[in-house]
Design a protein around this ligand. Sequence first.
Ligand SMILES: NC(=O)c1ccc[n+]([C@@H]2O[C@H](COP(=O)([O-])OP(=O)(O)OC[C@H]3O[C@@H](n4cnc5c(N)ncnc54)[C@H](O)[C@@H]3O)[C@@H](O)[C@H]2O)c1
Ligand SMILES: O=C/C=C/C=C(\O)C(=O)O
Length: 484
Amino acid sequence: MTDFRNFINGQWVATGSTFDNRDPVDNRLIGRVHEAGDAEVDAAVRAAKAALSGPWARLKTQQRVELLHAVADGITRRFDDFVDAEIADTGKPYDLASHLDIPRGAANFKIFADLVRNVPNEAFDLETPDGGHALNYGVRVPRGVIGVICPWNLPLLLMTWKVGPALACGNTVVVKPSEDTPGTATLLGEVMNEVGVPAGVYNVVHGRGPGSAGEKLTRHPLVDGITFTGETRTGEAIMQAAAVGVRPVSFELGGKNAGIVFADADFDKAVAGIARAAFDNTGQVCLGTERVYVQRPIFERFVAALGERARGFKLGRPKDPGVNLGPLISQRHRDKVLSYYTRAREEGATVVAGGGVPDMPDELAAGAWVQPTVWTGLPESSAVIQQEIFGPCCHIAPFDTEEEAIALANATRYGLAATVWTGNVGTAHRMGQALEVGICWINSWFLRDLRTAFGGAKQSGIGREGGVHSLEFYTELRNVCVKL
Ligand SMILES: NC(=O)c1ccc[n+]([C@@H]2O[C@H](COP(=O)([O-])OP(=O)(O)OC[C@H]3O[C@@H](n4cnc5c(N)ncnc54)[C@H](O)[C@@H]3O)[C@@H](O)[C@H]2O)c1
Ligand SMILES: O=C/C=C/C=C(\O)C(=O)O
């Protein structure tokens, strides 16, 4: 049984109120999470505030860069501990956690440490009305205390995607991990202490959202900015809290992403790519594909091939040989996904594969398992096609022309990501520029260059993070005008 305590000002803080931490593989009770109340959230924010004028603030940029590289090296040094913590919380296959989640945890510190080492600033020579000159130049300063609210699907990856740039820019953070996945954020506190990050720079408060640590953090008056990854409707609530005191927000929200396959695509690569986008991480990736559109000449062949992929997964414990699909994060989320499986049937879907609950061995039967599922035959207005399910499922529909594919893909309130498979370079560029998303992958999916702008359009987000784009949220840009 693991005790997940809060990490405040470099110290571990237990509280009198705990909630269960369960392994989604078999619903076993594996930990207790100490819920932060008003006092703990206030202490964490005040520790972060105080750290802004302590040793952390006095570090030279190079010293801060070296410290963040030490954090990345600390994650790598304790790689197995981080993998075990992540798979205990999520049940995801070992192969996924060890190739995606944990390596990206280290990479997210390195990329921004290296960025801030070489950030140019702007300067202008102004010819003034008196015939003289003035020099204008930009100065970037840390925004201050950043509240970091995280989801449960890629816990370390998504938390460090925000904490990395925040610390690289000289801010301090108070992190609120998802109530479902306390492990790796807590473990990172140990690494922060091990490598000598000053107390108060990195803080972790555990709890839920409304009425709990999440909301308390977003409403704390000493929080200078809030970065959040999660559901769109949660973003609406956080935005209302941030409005008091006019705090800026950076949001990565929900999606209902399209996968578009043209008849001229490499068929096998397209099947493999769409299968990854639909089923990786048991479909719990915001960038994943739940709406597939296939050009009519290859529609039937593609449906059969993806259905075969869906039936080919091996479900089981994260470290069991050959396991390549885990459970959903929780019973609550499983109920949500299964409700869509029911609605699809009720709305007349053709169930090409899955559609229910898999037969699992007795010792796993209590886990949050669902079958990887493929549907066809539903109208575009159906809930399954319009609403984010966040499970291992997708609907496939045929299309004929580029214009039709673009119209189908854009007909959603979301605008996070898309994946397009084609052998025609003109089609690739026209689709990439016409789809109303933050990122469009061509003949690929979830291929990430951390220097690029990343974020959602429409109701999928506010702002862009990644490379220099992260500077806009994690620093304030001041201008100094000197009359010469
Ligand atoms: N755009 C992205 O990059 C991205 C990445 C991952 C997940 N997501 C989205 O997140 C969702 C799944 O994750 P989830 O269920 O954890 O999301 P969620 O919105 O339910 O919760 C996310 C986090 O917000 C906290 N929270 C909830 N209500 C809050 C409130 N009122 N004030 C402050 N904090 C609050 C939760 O405790 C949790 O830590 C999906 O919709 C998915 O699309 C988006
Ligand atoms: O589930 C959503 C995944 C988001 C991924 C990133 O934010 C990233 O790759 O930086």
